[in-house]
Design a protein around this ligand. Sequence first.
Ligand code: C2O
Length: 542
Amino acid sequence: GEYHYHEFVVQESPVKRLCKAHNRIFVNGQFPGPTLEVTDGDTLEVKVTNKAIYNVTIHWHGVRQFRTAWADGPEFVTQCPIRPGESYTYRFTVLGQIGTLWWHAHSSWLRATVYGALIIHPKGDYPFKKPDREIPILLGEWWDRNPIDVVRNATRFGAAPDTSDAFTINGQPGDFYNCSSKDTTVFPVKSGETNLLRFINAALNTELFVAIAKHKMTVVGADASYDKPFETSVLMLGPGQTTDVLVTFDKNKGSYYLAAQAYSSAQGVPFDNTTTTAIIDYDTETTKRGKNSKLPAFPKLPAFNDTPTATKFAQSFRSLETVKLPEPVNENLFFTVGLGLFNCQPGQKCGGPNGTRFTASINNVSFVLPSNFSILQAHYHRVPGVFTTDFPAVPPVQFDYTAQNVSRSLWQPVPGTKIYKLKYGSVVQVVLQGTSIFAAESHPIHLHGNDFYILGQGFGNFNPQKDTKKFNLVDPPLRNTVTVPVNGWAVIRWVADNPGVWLMHCHLDAHITWGLAMVFSVEDGIGELETLEPPPNDLPLC
Ligand code: C2O
């Protein structure tokens, strides 16, 4: 493959949004950040220089980082953060993943403004007719307040962080927000062309429905993996997820809204109910935007709480080819994922419901990042005391996980830096069971360093007898992020063939902040290509 070198300077730059002037952290002054384009098999080298006042790391979301865990990026997991004034060069090869991935900051809430697309072209042809153009479409969230302050204030009191002030498409809120319409993102299109739209949900805390007025979409892949094409009028992307869509622009002229708004699975939880828009414009070459007197046509979007539509969409994915599933399963794990509450300690300020603090956990462990070592450094150099290896394979107590108002004495999350050890090459299957103990909500669960097959998704408590029979063992989709439906479950399977340590977490930043995360470690194998490469010389230390 080819070799690509890029420099990312992380720096505060001035920006205007929603009628106000702000300073925000961007990469190379761009928002969204630079789009990286490679071909399958290419190697990327990105030198990241931190000229901001905050620590930063960059994560290459979905890139397998085979044998290069040092380049994965989550702070205190695979590296210590890059401190202000310092740099670190991420080196990795993208292999066997084709489609759309992305990159984002993986420290505090910096990814609100530090993100961009990572596009991987096939070496040969697409499995569909070559699109006339390719358009990255990054959905995001905008806060009027500095997102770092938003999360710091919330964590100080254990409260829920404020919702964002706008959703965005390629950095712009669009026509329905104050002072935004003259900057609305416009996608010029040509009548008769078929374009590949590469959607990325880079929002921090919101699952989003997306639709285009009067145009059908054909989904052809997601998370850099091809799928059997299917038609849809609406997409739903959880934070972290990408979806590749073909659209044929079959009108002669006019303009049409592309719009996104929240899918909110939780009952009674405040959310941002506004709509972000961009304009698909057939007339860019003949008319200037603004002189267009006719309003663009608006698409039909599902109601904010339309779980049936969100779930039907998620269940429409089938991998393009028949899959040879890894078996037999060596590790049968059952992980609960959900929110909870900590009791307030004397002298602590608590901003959660009834004087508690919000928390979140997997199998009742609320994940705590180390602060003086990265987990990967400790794993590689066998440094004791940074983590323990007693992450539980199954929940400590069993009950009706989808029931609400379960006694909190049954389910009192315990903070800890616990990891689950995997032997090289083991086949791992995890039932991800959503809990509704405190609040029933869907969770986009993301695994670093590995793609997994989604064997099934459903509602209620996972029932091994009944639900196993409904698994898709023929053409399950390959993903790095799976939505665990509200009051439901998802089952994933992969081979632990990538040595290192790999974070698994809910991609809602509010939830990862509360501890909805855990780490797998994978020991080296025996073969030369089964071992983690040694750490780079410029790896940041704590
Ligand atoms: Cu896209 Cu750990 O994240």
